[in-house]
Design a protein around this ligand. Sequence first.
Ligand SMILES: [Zn+2]
Length: 143
Amino acid sequence: MMDKLKQAFDRLRATSNAAAAAIAEVNALCGNLVDDASANIVTVYLPTSGWGQGAENLNWAEAWRYILDPIAECARWADVERGVYAEWIETIGTPLCRGTTRAGTPCRNFVGRGQQPIEEWMQHHRIDFCAAHKPPPDATGNL
Ligand SMILES: [Zn+2]
């Protein structure tokens, strides 16, 4: 989209000095958006590595992707799958039990504190057991 916009402005710029001056004015007002698609246009603050942290400066292309699918774009920054990132947000960074309820649904008990950074959360979420689902020790007393 930005390439086409730039091409359109280039054609317009070629028509007259007045058009070129007007485009220069637009660029000045909008942080050179027309001529520099890589310019950062917005900063978003997201829990990319830990809650309340992670400022990301977005250029036009990134801002556009973010608008279309914020979760997918955040997952890309965090370098994890979209579904993993979405679940981390949904659980507010609290790892959930690996066990299954009698009804056959995944256990919703916590197995750690909340608001964990995603790297830490991934080491426990659906991996550790809650007290109710922890397997009993075997005959030797080992877990
Ligand atoms: Zn459980």
